[in-house]
Design a protein around this ligand. Structure first.
Ligand code: SAJ
Length: 433
């Protein structure tokens, strides 16, 4: 039995998670909870300090879960790369955004690996969790690791496992969400599966790193393309004079062969708008044009314009130009009940409304302030909602008092059918996407 396998089985293996964000910290907590001495490594010293004080900065991880692990010594934060040398397993969980050119930005993975190289040693297992394009682990990461003279598959073990963390999801956690794992060799896969099975309920081996990378991209491309489809259905229903939400709700009664998605003001977050472009970029290098991804991207990216035009038409019906109108954007987070504004379509809607001369404010209880177009906006109180010429509901947070807002607002553009219960009583002032 390999030394690493023995250390996994007797829980004496040391685990280092590189990147203590919304993926890495929950992973580190599960690893430490399973009995492994675990280090959450991050270059952000404030995160490390909070971890070592038992203070979580990730909403899904409570202090009462983190603190005992830190007190017991099972989990600690570190920013000194020296910790990597004593690790038996290193799990890389750093962000992989897009560049402004819509090309993949894998620089944080490359930087993390450069930091690791001087400490890399025979017998270690490296698992990459950051979303990448198919072939990255095999073509790029493997070569980078082998610059040390060590060989993957001969003493060094390398695998890819797509992250499936859904921030705010209280049903599916790191522990109970099935985890796909693909290694560079069958032995790499076996060791990585063995480690992950110690603290994740269901680990699903696949044939290679490339396969595991593609699984992730299929999952999120599936969402982006279906959201693009349903946004186009909304545009069709508008032309046909049909109620999009009625159509979708009725279609969703089909107990098989259908999965509802819902139109909205656009596509936000750091996964769905990004991941499909990793796939289309890679296919372009193979002279293949991923048309569904491109078309869905166009439709989704066009939704902020659709929303602004609907609002302009509704104001026009009331003989009010957009220019000079006071508009309150209700909800700026990229999806309900979260505080994350990354890629939020609200940012585009605010920019487009301002370009048309509207005076735009926002209210979002999850987002106290917002940097947009070089200025800082702050969330405005709802008390004066009747003073706005229009309210644009972009994010349907659970906490909003929809009946009161419907009663007090002059005009509402509802892009999420959040006012479904108020539409009949206020049909004269609620316009729904
Ligand atoms: N959106 C729509 N209509 C829909 C669904 C989403 O307009 O029917 C919009 C949302 O408002 C948001 C964007 O799309 O702006 C993305 O929404 P999302 O529900 O996909 O949420 P994310 O970005 O947090 O996606 C994550 C993903 N998780 C991982 O990549 C590990 C995704 O795979 C999950 O399916 C998703 O969470 C989830 O189900 O919550």
């Amino acid at each position: 039995m390999s030394d690493l396998l023995k250390k996994i089985e007797d829980r004496s293996a040391k685990v280092v998670v590189i990147g203590a964000g919304y993926v890495g910290l929950p992973f580190a907590v599960e690893s430490a909870s399973a009995g492994f001495e675990t280090v959450a490594f991050d270059i952000a010293k404030d995160k490390i300090a909070q971890i070592n004080e038992g203070k979580s900065y990730i909403p899904d991880i409570k202090d009462k879960t983190l603190a005992p692990l830190v007190e017991s010594g099972k989990l600690r934060g570190a920013s000194d790369p020296l910790v990597m040398g004593s690790a038996d397993a290193l799990v890389i969980c750093v962000p992989t955004p897009l560049k402004k050119t819509k090309d993949p930005d894998v620089s944080l993975i490359l930087d993390a690996t450069e930091t690791l190289l001087p400490h890399l040693r025979r017998g270690q297992l490296i698992v990459l969790e950051s979303t990448v394009y198919p072939g990255f682990t095999r073509e790029i990461l493997k070569d980078q690791l082998e610059r040390t003279g060590l060989k993957v598959g001969r003493g060094l073990h390398l695998a890819f496992s797509p992250e499936r963390v859904d921030p705010g999801n209280e049903t599916f956690t790191t522990k109970n969400t099935p985890k796909v794992m693909g290694g560079m060799t069958p032995e790499c896969t076996r060791l990585a599966v063995k480690l992950y099975e110690c603290f994740i309920d269901n680990v699903v081996p696949v044939s290679s790193c490339d396969a595991a990378e593609m699984v992730k991209l299929l999952e999120n491309t599936f969402r982006a393309v279906n959201i693009g489809l349903v946004n186009e259905v909304a545009l069709m229903c508008e032309k046909l004079g049909l109620d999009t939400w009625e159509i979708i709700d009725a279609a969703a009664t089909k107990p098989f062969g259908f999965m509802p998605f819902y139109p909205g003001p656009g596509l936000g977050g750091h996964c769905i708008p990004v991941d499909p472009h990793y796939l289309s970029w890679k296919l372009k290098t193979l002279e293949y044009n991923a048309r569904f991804i491109e078309l869905a991207g166009e439709i989704n990216a066009g939704m902020p314009n659709v929303v602004v035009q609907l609002l302009a038409d509704a104001l026009n019906e009331r003989e009010k130009p957009v220019k000079g109108s006071k508009v309150l954007v209700l909800g700026v987070a990229y999806k309900p009940n979260v505080d994350d504004v990354r890629e939020s379509p609200a940012l585009d809607v605010i920019r487009l409304l301002r370009r048309r001369g509207a005076h735009v404010s926002y209210h979002d209880p999850y987002v106290a302030s917002l940097r947009t177009n070089g200025e800082t906006m702050t969330s405005q109180p709802l008390e004066s909602i009747g003073g706005y010429d229009a309210v644009a509901l972009l994010t349907n947070h659970r906490c909003f008092d929809y009946p009161t807002i419907a009663a007090q607002a002059q005009l509402i553009l509802d892009t999420r059918n959040a006012f479904r219960m108020q539409r009949a009583d206020f049909a004269d002032k609620i316009v729904t996407l």
